[in-house]
Design a protein around this ligand. Sequence first.
Ligand code: FAD
Length: 522
Amino acid sequence: MTFLSANELDDGAVLEADVVVVGSGAAGLSLARKLGQQGEKVLLVEAGDLTLDGATQGLYRGEQLGVEYYDLSAFRLRYYGGTTNHWSGFCQRNDRIDYEGRLELDLPKWPVDDTELDPYITDAAKLLGLSGAPTDPEAALKTRNLPVQDLLDSRSSILRSKIFQFSFDRRLGPRFSDGLKQSKNIDVVLNLNARSIELSEDGGSVRHVSCATMSGKRVTIKGRFIALCCHAIENARLLLNSDSVHPEGVGNASSHVGRNFMEHPHLFSSLFFPTSAFPVIYDRKFLAARGQNLNLSMTDDTLRRERLLHYYCRFNPVFVDQDADDALSSLKGDPWRAGDMAFLQDVAEVVSGLGGIVQRAAMRRGFWNATAPVYRLEHRIEQSPNPNGCIVLSDKHDRLGDRIADLDWQFSDHDVDTFERGQRLIAKELAALGMGRVALEPIDRSRVEAEAKGHYHHIGLTRMSDDLASGVVDRHCKVHGVDNLYIGGSSIFPTAGYSGPTMMIMGFALRLADHLSERLNA
Ligand SMILES: Cc1cc2nc3c(=O)[nH]c(=O)nc-3n(C[C@H](O)[C@H](O)[C@H](O)COP(=O)(O)OP(=O)(O)OC[C@H]3O[C@@H](n4cnc5c(N)ncnc54)[C@H](O)[C@@H]3O)c2cc1C
């Protein structure tokens, strides 16, 4: 494999390969690596360099049109390895219910199911160093000698405990580099931004991809097959900005490109006062100190019966009241000066909260094995697809002259309802089981819009459907109506499910590699 910088190419250069993969993040690296192993000639085109550079990163700029979201130019990373350079590594595969479709919640059925995808997700898990990692709470607790009998699942007909697996081996750029360098089939060109997909006159295939360096050199990329793996928002932006044959953009005949943006939002609401019966294994900090996580979710039957999206709850221990905590922080950073009354007030606050401060320190060091006096509940949901949650091309342009994508993040009624009823259901069940009482705080649309935050998971925007009328790509990730254009990444997911997207993204990319190899060798 060669790493080449596009800055060294001539203006007007043309590069060619059997498969062109645009973007070297979770999707692009997994796809290119496997294709190379299968003997296919691959050109991996990456906008950034081997490290972050401000000007290229700035091409991700975008404004907020709806509910306030994170800075779009900060959290996706535009260099080799993509956003996997700083993702957290929590993984889980979809549950069977996620593929089924529940039209009463606007959740479409996926064209593929777990039987078809699971072998690829298992391979993705291996790449993330997760082979053998427990996938269910019982196994996870056993690895730490924690009491499996404390799980609430067997005592409740509606509750189900769930965990995430955690990848320690998650910086995919450096992790894949050695393997890629040994491959004779893959070339990587850095510092090259794909700007538009140029179609043949009839719109049925891609002729080439127009690219540019930050200094304005133009480069043309040709391939028998093109796979866009530029992260969800950028995948959709590229299709919309490619308007030379179809004014509405590529793959957008039924107006689905850039729509149905979904996240896994979370919201802190309500205090929970546990009884001594509440198992400490649900304490977020207690389990985190032991390298595990455990969330209280609901059975699939409950979700179906109650018409709820995926929902789960985390229990964040509160040992110390906020005033004592603030006072402790200020004492730590501020030495006493003669006559300093504020200092003495801080000392008094800390003394009044001393019991909680000691308990918290003991929990951190693994000496405290009892529940906290009170928990702040954290509710997390999947969002339902909502066409109004979308990206919109602005009339402002980036440094290369392309229209930037603004984000309109929105919550559907199903989202708000799941937060609200999910919280109430959990509270009622905890009380019925004798676990404690929740001092319920009301959740309504205005609170969700003001306080809910995302998990940096961008899902939807080029969704998969067998039917051109309701999606952008088909079951093989091929853009409807364009014979040689494919998309990798969570933009193709029809629904958000419970899990973090990345392991699933990699599973889909590995499956796409098999499909492209089949087509190349047909
Ligand atoms: C702080 C944080 C924590 C996260 N934690 C988790 C987690 O715990 N679990 C989980 O599942 N997910 C998590 N994620 C999400 C995860 O990072 C993404 O799902 C994943 O990286 C997406 O993979 P991708 O290949 O689609 O995009 P990326 O990894 O972003 O890769 C896209 C690549 O395309 C390149 N590119 C973009 N545009 C162009 C262009 N026009 N031309 C050429 N190249 C281009 C980029 O430079 C980049 O290399 C987290 C994200 C953040 C920000």
